[in-house]
Design a protein around this ligand. Structure first.
Ligand SMILES: NC(=O)c1ccc[n+]([C@@H]2O[C@H](COP(=O)([O-])OP(=O)(O)OC[C@H]3O[C@@H](n4cnc5c(N)ncnc54)[C@H](OP(=O)(O)O)[C@@H]3O)[C@@H](O)[C@H]2O)c1
Length: 214
């Protein structure tokens, strides 16, 4: 598949690299320096290049949205028309200092995003896992037991695509239902992050949570 990465930081940089290594064609976009995007593309060791958000979106089978909540409008504006596009979003609706969700319980970032781009097909995925574990999961992907990863979304075609990408990274995808389920997965993601970064166990603990989710 052709995958456009919108936001090439911790999540977008790593997931884009793994998508390329899994055989997809990847365009890294949206970082503060073009050099960084080119370096990511070079180091991905697959079919990857640097581009603008517009180039990443053009002819993409799926877009990975991986920016801070405050940058969502800007990156989408730069991406242009995303009608009909599958948008796999790992972006959580966090406040400026990343201490709390700005949308929670009665709605979610994924639902707000789906309203913002009503003609796109939004799937919420990868946001329950810290970026630190992604390469380890990929390296262990041929083991019999894979960690599970929950995702949710509105239509079956976009969920098939998200499920494949989740599997390619090395997780066992668990379909949690329609997009409104993000109301429950996003606070869960915050809990996982708090355990991972403020507890004693580090990212390994969050990884175990994914395993238990099944
Ligand atoms: N990190 C995690 O473990 C994790 C886990 C679950 C969910 N999430 C969610 O995933 C999303 C992305 O998180 P992240 O940790 O990957 O964030 P990040 O490392 O800060 O990446 C964000 C990307 O946006 C780019 N960017 C920011 N401002 C920009 C601007 N003005 N112009 C152009 N590019 C700009 C950054 O550029 P630079 O590369 O130049 O900085 C970076 O490439 C967030 O919504 C977060 O809540 C993260």
């Amino acid at each position: 598949m052709r995958i456009g990465i919108l936001g090439s930081g911790l999540m977008g940089g790593k997931l884009g690299t793994l998508f390329a290594r899994a055989g997809h064609e990847v365009v890294f976009s949206y970082a503060r320096s073009e050099q960084k995007l080119k370096r990511l593309a070079r180091e991905a060791q697959g079919n990857a290049r640097a581009g603008t958000p517009g180039e990443a979106a053009h002819e993409a089978d799926a877009l990975l949205l991986a920016v801070h909540w405050s940058r969502v409008d800007d990156v989408l504006k730069q991406a242009g028309d995303v009608s009909g596009k599958v948008i796999v979003s790992c972006s959580l609706p966090m406040n400026a200092d990343n201490t709390d969700l700005v949308i929670a319980h009665t709605s979610s970032g994924a639902e707000a995003l789906a309203k913002r781009v009503p003609k796109a097909r939004v799937v919420s995925a990868f946001n329950t896992v810290p970026s630190e574990v992604l390469f380890g999961v990929f390296e262990a992907r041929r083991r019999a037991t894979r960690p599970s990863l929950v995702y949710c979304g509105a239509d079956s075609r976009s969920k098939r695509i998200a499920g494949r990408l989740i599997r390619d990274v090395g997780f066992d995808p668990v379909d949690a239902g329609p997009i409104r389920i993000a109301r429950y997965t996003e606070p869960f993601a915050l809990l996982v992050a708090q355990l991972a970064y403020e507890g004693d166990g580090g990212p390994e603990l969050a990884y175990r949570f994914e395993r238990f989710a099944k």
